[in-house]
Design a protein around this ligand. Structure first.
Ligand code: ADP
Length: 494
């Protein structure tokens, strides 16, 4: 057993809150950097943590984070997701400085961090990656021929890529050379590497991923799948478990494939193996994420496990391996990512101050967030405000609870995708589980907003502002031409 009294959380927002709570449950003090501009809103949200003020770029500054962990007497570092979570050098630097990195060994991170290398590992584990090839050492003519053999459309992808960046779809051989050039320069700019490769573009695919956990001694289990097919700009916004199309047999096949991949790199802890699934339910290895995933709560709800607690226990040396046959799911869970973004403006982020914030609650509803009324959503971080996770005894039941939860989520002051998510939820194809990654594009017109009436919460807020400031409050344009509303001075404020 290892003694861990303090852990540095090298992250921010909802995942920092999630990790902090898991640490506190175990009697461990979370140490958390907060940048100057986040400090004011962060102190109350993280009041049960040791907070350290830090410069703006702290979450990407590995050296500063390690120095902070040491000066704060931390024994371990939890990287969360994003930022440095999949940076092998950071994991290594933690270990070199006597800090436990709560994640897999640096070696597994670096093997899986390069998508082309990861494809080779999948093959060794007897799992098919998406058909494709490395362009290394090939001349333009050879590349064209190989791409034709794979079959158009193809995707040019950045080997070090993430977040859908550096990825380009190519529909004809003539466009290939240009796409490769552009992908290379985008990849160099974002990821500091010009490595790109070509992959078959699977049409009407689903994105289905397997949660794995590797206990010490090479005992890896799979904890079901997550269907993450509803995406915008190649990024997930709704995730559910189980997938509407995965049956027992496919689950076992995909699960065992994921376990073989993890075992071949001597994986430790929580990880996710992502697959692309075609219309005939053939699955292909896409990549492995060597960290806790944004959508992990969906798995936790269905399987009754605490993945973050397992990660921490793993570091403490107290985790008890669970055999595969004891991993059993029940019911259905679904997660909605609420973003400060404008679905009508190509999902452009819409940072700003939240004037009123009220989370939904009730049976089967779990919200992960780190904001409150008055919090600001900053332009320079990911604009996710919260994750709404609902659990029901069936998919139908989960969808009903999801609608209730989304309806009762009040976020005023910034434009959000909340109503857009509700329109997806009501769409007959979504309700029928007929999904593929172009869902949002295909149904773009049907998913557009009708002119919405003013929400009652806006009226209350306007009344409250009028009462405190003595001035009439202007409401956002509701589309009916009125544009504003002056509540009476004596309006009752509940
Ligand atoms: P990133 O690491 O940048 O997120 P991924 O390889 O995980 O990139 O892919 C992100 C998303 O892009 C997938 O979930 C899927 O929607 C789409 N995608 C990736 N590869 C393919 C493919 N070969 N065919 C069809 N869609 C793909």
């Amino acid at each position: 057993m290892v003694t861990i009294k303090r852990v540095l959380i090298a992250n921010r927002g909802e995942i920092a809150r999630r990790i902090a709570t898991a640490l506190i449950e175990k009697g461990i003090v979370p140490v958390l950097p907060l940048t100057d501009k986040e400090y004011k809103q962060g102190v109350s949200i993280f009041k049960d943590c040791r907070i350290v003020r830090a410069p703006d770029n702290i979450y990407l500054d590995g050296q500063a984070l390690v120095a902070l962990a040491k000066s704060e007497n931390c024994q371990a570092v939890h990287p969360g997701y994003g930022f440095l979570a999949e940076n092998a050098k950071f994991a290594e630097s933690c270990e070199q400085n006597g800090l436990i990195f709560i994640g897999p060994p640096a070696g597994s991170i670096s093997l899986m961090g390069h998508k082309e290398r990861a494809r080779e590992i999948a093959k060794k584990a007897n799992v098919s990656p998406v058909p494709g090839f490395s362009i290394d050492g090939l001349n333009p003519l050879e590349i064209k021929e190989m791409a034709e053999a794979v079959g158009f459309p193809v995707l040019v992808k950045a080997s070090m890529g993430g977040g859908g960046k550096g990825m380009r779809r190519v529909d004809s051989p003539d466009a290939l050379a240009d796409a490769i050039r552009m992908s290379k320069s985008e990849s160099a700019a974002y990821f500091g590497s010009e490595d790109v490769f070509v992959e078959k573009c699977i049409v009407k695919p689903r994105h289905i991923e397997i949660q794995i956990f590797s206990f010490p001694g090479g005992r890896t289990v799979y904890v079901g799948e997550r269907e993450c097919t509803i995406q915008r700009r190649h990024q997930k916004i709704i995730e559910e478990s189980p997938s509407p199309v995965v049956n027992e047999k496919l689950r076992r096949e995909m699960g065992e494939a994921a376990v073989r991949i993890a075992d071949i790199v001597n994986y430790i802890g929580a990880g996710t193996v992502e697959f692309i699934v075609d219309e005939n339910l053939n699955f292909y290895f896409l990549e492995m994420n060597t960290r806790i995933q944004v959508e992990h709560p969906v798995t936790e709800e269905v399987f009754g496990v605490d993945l973050v607690a397992w990660q921490i226990e793993e570091a403490l040396g107290t985790v008890e391996a669970v055999p595969q046959k004891k991993i059993r799911g029940a019911g259905h869970a679904i997660e909605f990512r609420i973003y400060a973004e404008d679905p009508d403006q190509n999902f452009m982020p819409s940072p700003g101050k939240i004037l009123l914030y009220r989370e939904p609650s009730g049976p089967g509803i779990r919200v992960e967030s780190a904001v409150a009324t008055g919090s600001e959503i900053f332009a320079d971080f990911d604009p996710m405000i919260a994750k709404v996770v609902v659990k029901g005894h069936s998919r139908q039941h989960a969808l009903e609870r999801a609608m209730l939860a989304l309806e009762n989520f009040v976020i005023l002051g910034v434009t959000t995708n909340r109503e857009f998510l509700m329109r997806i939820l009501s769409h007959p194809a979504f309700r029928a589980g007929e999904l593929d990654t172009s869902f949002i594009d295909r149904y773009r017109e049907e998913l557009k907003a009708a002119d919405a009436p003013i929400e009652p919460e806006w009226l209350l807020l306007a009344a409250a502002l009028r009462k405190t400031t003595g001035k009439p409050a202007q409401l956002p344009d509701s589309g009916d031409g009125a544009g504003f509303y002056y509540p009476p001075v004596n309006a009752r404020i509940p």
